[in-house]
Write a protein that binds this ligand. Structure first.
Ligand code: GCU
Length: 420
């Protein structure tokens, strides 16, 4: 009876409630960072050492399964149908230099149809070109000044940033995010850009995992290792990749996945789950993204699980205030991307995301790149503000705070030029 009661508690999530004081004070003092030892990416759980790329495959699988089980949750295999509906095509965009397209992807499964609107820009060339793929925060209309790009109907979080007082997108947001998605520059550098609103994949609120991509799998019974929203957003990026493989303008071998903040967490997990992403970019992804959890600097595991109970697998709650017990840390998430290039970017004033912890993660992932004869992070101490460093791992800390800015894009374009 007692065991039954305990498993009932575990199942309901009551067991893993964060034991946090209401008045959580983030630590911003380097001197207060606890001493810690990071799990070695090149050491199997049984203590054996990885000595070459072949063994790395097995160790990689071990690390991947730990992230699935303890952090993000396990995403299902896609066995549904994907249909692409053309909403509009404008081959005369930017005075004929580029094409802008709207595609509605239908994810069909179990009698359900989840529509995802893609906004696509690419230069008018004859060759198949590289492209950036990234989720946006407020809807595709925030990347366009004209009404050809419709306002989404899906639920929007933090919509006051777009001048709305409710959770519905509206014309007030139109064009507001163009500075964060400088498509003219991206196009002039020879790249395509594909973006979609992340809330169409999974609305960013805690509804017990009923809606969005979760709703396509009604037969799935939930457990403590089931997928959260970050995994849902990441999984959705792979469905967009499925579609991009059918498009003639893009070279599917050269698709970079990118995301800012919570969507940076999703971009990293997408890069870990799906090796088709040839390059991965994390912009200010912080806790649960590129930053080391063990540092407990800025946002902590307990804090993120308390504020966003729907983002991660329920198991992640076991590590609230117990980061040292995690069997992995976030440098191993970067290592899962090896030998593909990965870029991590911080903002110096974005202390909540722990810029130094993001950098140290790059350093600690580097031995895995070296196993492939590649340079991971070229330097061992955090570079000065606005001094990017680019090996197979790239990093910069720029001036300013939390945001995806033009400066960031300039580095991503250079990094993509270097590797593509
Ligand atoms: C919050 C959250 C972060 C997240 C950020 C964002 O600040 O605590 O983990 O990265 O939102 O997505 O903007």
């Amino acid at each position: 009876m007692r065991n039954f009661f305990i498993s009932l508690l575990i199942g309901s999530g009551i067991f893993f409630q964060p034991i946090l004081a209401q008045d959580f004070e983030p630590n911003y003092e380097e001197a207060q960072v606890p001493s810690y030892t990071l799990p070695d990416p090149l050491l199997f759980t049984n203590g054996e050492k990885v000595t070459g790329p072949k063994q790395w495959n097995n160790r990689r699988q071990e690390i991947f399964e730990l992230f699935e089980k303890e952090v993000y949750g396990k995403s299902p295999e896609w066995d549904g149908e994907l249909e692409a509906e053309v909403l509009f095509v404008n081959p005369d965009f930017m005075d004929g230099k580029a094409t802008r397209k709207g595609i509605r992807l239908h994810l069909k499964r179990n009698g359900q149809d989840l529509p995802l609107d893609l906004l696509i820009f690419y230069p008018n060339t004859r060759q198949a070109i590289p492209a950036f793929l990234g989720l946006n925060f407020y809807g595709n209309h925030t990347l366009a000044t004209d009404s050809e790009v419709a306002v989404p109907t899906a639920w929007i979080r933090n919509n006051e940033a777009m001048g709305s007082s409710d959770n519905k997108a509206s014309e007030t947001g139109r064009g507001k995010r163009i500075p964060n998605w400088p498509y003219e520059e991206i196009i002039s550098r020879g790249y395509g850009l594909v973006s979609l609103y992340y809330g169409e994949l999974d609305p960013d609120f805690d509804d017990g995992f009923q809606n969005g991509v979760h709703g396509l799998f009604p037969e799935e019974s939930r457990n403590a290792a089931s997928w959260g929203s970050v995994a849902g957003w990441a999984w959705g990026l792979s469905r967009v990749m499925d579609f991009l493989e059918t498009e003639s303008w893009v070279n599917p071998q050269k698709v970079a996945v990118l995301g800012h903040s919570r969507l940076g967490k999703a971009a990293l997990w997408a890069g870990a789950m799906d090796k088709r992403f040839a390059l991965v970019i994390s912009n200010n992804s912080g806790c649960g993204g590129a930053a080391l959890s063990r540092r407990q600097y800025g946002e902590t595991v307990g804090r993120i699980n308390q504020s966003f109970p729907h983002w991660f697998a329920e198991n992640f709650n076991q590590y609230n205030e117990r980061e040292m017990e995690l069997p992995i840390d976030q440098h191993q998430l970067l290592a899962l991307i090896a030998p593909r290039p990965v870029y991590v970017a911080s903002g110096v004033e974005d202390r909540w995301a722990d810029p130094k912890g993001e950098f140290l993660s790059c350093v600690a992932a580097s031995p895995v790149y070296r196993l492939f004869g590649l340079e991971g992070m070229p330097v061992a101490t955090q570079p000065a503000v606005n001094h990017p460093e680019m090996g197979h791992i790239g990093y910069h800390v720029r001036s300013g705070g939390h945001g995806l800015l033009e400066y960031d894009w300039m580095q991503y374009l250079d990094f993509a030029d270097l590797h593509f």
